[in-house]
Design a protein around this ligand. Structure first.
Ligand SMILES: C[S@@+](CC[C@H](N)C(=O)[O-])C[C@H]1O[C@@H](n2cnc3c(N)ncnc32)[C@H](O)[C@@H]1O
Length: 321
């Protein structure tokens, strides 16, 4: 546990050098991989050797290396790719976690975190949103297996980033229409993402600020990984915007990890705790079911059910009261 730093940055270095996409399905000689990565050959070989010890590469005769089944997920072009996550964790979360103790001591976000998405640089937006879109595809798939999204004819994904959630839903439900609502600095990347998925005719990107208001007229409103970014006051403002926009029969679907009343030493609970520590550095928090019930009630919603999924996300359904 203490030495976790090295695997995070070893994997990130491999992705930064594009090695997973260079190896693809082949065994490639270390020198050749280095030539294509435009990097120092002996060092690339040492990096590939390290990847072998992590179970991400296999060594073959002739100092050739290939990706393992697990290592394949580091490629950019495979289903379930986690390249975005590798970059986001290594570049954004990693340095900020060094300030976790300070965040705990003060009860405020980590000193180097500004906490405003509006002021993110284009490079930060690209790295963060690519990771979010990857996680959204996984969350949406798990959510669809546990909860009937087929009931909606129109969905607005509030703070939907590049549109990972709606990309999955639109592919699964051919009659659905869905839009993404997010800050103006996300528009360019989101439109490129939706176009790449062939969805530009069925999904629009709408720019705005979700604390001020969100568009009316959808029968489903989705919030994935939004409420956990904020303390209760700002989370309430976001929920109130949704509440004002929603007709009486509309449904709010929140996709978040729900903290159990009692945490144990298990992989699933560790994932939730990791998310909570990340939110501590960021200035937000993961919440229990009761905390979500209260937060939603204060904004004029009744929490109707919490549906667990096979992933770490739960579907929290709420209706306007
Ligand atoms: C943690 S990301 C989640 C993105 C997306 N829901 C997902 O899970 O893939 C939070 C999102 O909220 C958006 N956001 C932050 N502040 C916002 C605001 N004031 N108005 C609209 N969107 C905002 C960010 O741009 C970002 O896309």
């Amino acid at each position: 546990m203490v030495e976790g730093y090295w695997s995070t940055q070893t994997i990130r270095a491999a992705v930064q050098l594009n090695l997973p996409d260079i190896l693809r399905d082949n065994a490639v000689a270390a020198d050749e991989a280095a030539r294509r990565a435009e990097a120092h050959a002996p060092s690339v070989e040492r990096l590939l050797r390290a990847m072998v010890t992590l179970g991400l590469c296999e060594a073959e005769a002739g100092r050739r290396y290939r990706l393992t089944e697990l290592g394949r997920l580091l490629r950019s072009d495979v289903e379930g790719s986690c390249q975005g996550r590798v970059n986001f964790v290594g570049r954004t979360l990693y340095p900020v976690f060094a300030e976790l103790g300070e965040a705990v001591r003060t009860g405020r976000r980590a000193p180097s975190v500004k906490g405003e998405f509006e002021s993110s640089s284009p490079a930060q937006v690209a790295v963060t949103q690519a990771a979010m879109a990857e996680s959204s595809l996984i969350a949406a798939k798990a959510a669809c297996e546990a909860y009937d999204f087929g009931r909606f004819s129109t969905i607005l994904d509030v703070g939907g980033g590049f549109g990972g959630v709606i990309a999955y839903l639109l592919a699964r439900f051919p009659d659905l229409r869905a839009d993404v609502f997010d800050l103006p600095n996300v528009k360019k990347g989101a439109e490129a993402y939706l176009e790449k998925k062939g969805l530009e005719a069925r999904a629009r990107f709408i720019s705005g600020n979700f604390t001020e208001g969100v568009p009316e007229g959808y029968d489903g409103y989705c919030l994935k990984y939004i409420l956990h970014d904020w303390q209760d006051q700002k989370a309430n403002a976001i929920l109130m915007s949704c509440r004002r926009a929603m007709a009486p029969g509309a449904t709010l679907v929140v996709l978040e990890m729900v903290v159990p009343e009692r945490l144990e030493d298990s992989v699933a609970h560790r994932t939730i705790a990791r998310g909570d520590m990340a939110m501590m550095t960021w200035g937000g928090k993961e919440r229990t079911g009761d905390e979500y019930r209260r937060l939603l009630a204060e904004a004029g919603f009744e929490l109707t059910r919490i549906v667990p999924t096979a992933s770490v996300f739960s579907v929290i359904e709420a209706k306007p009261v």
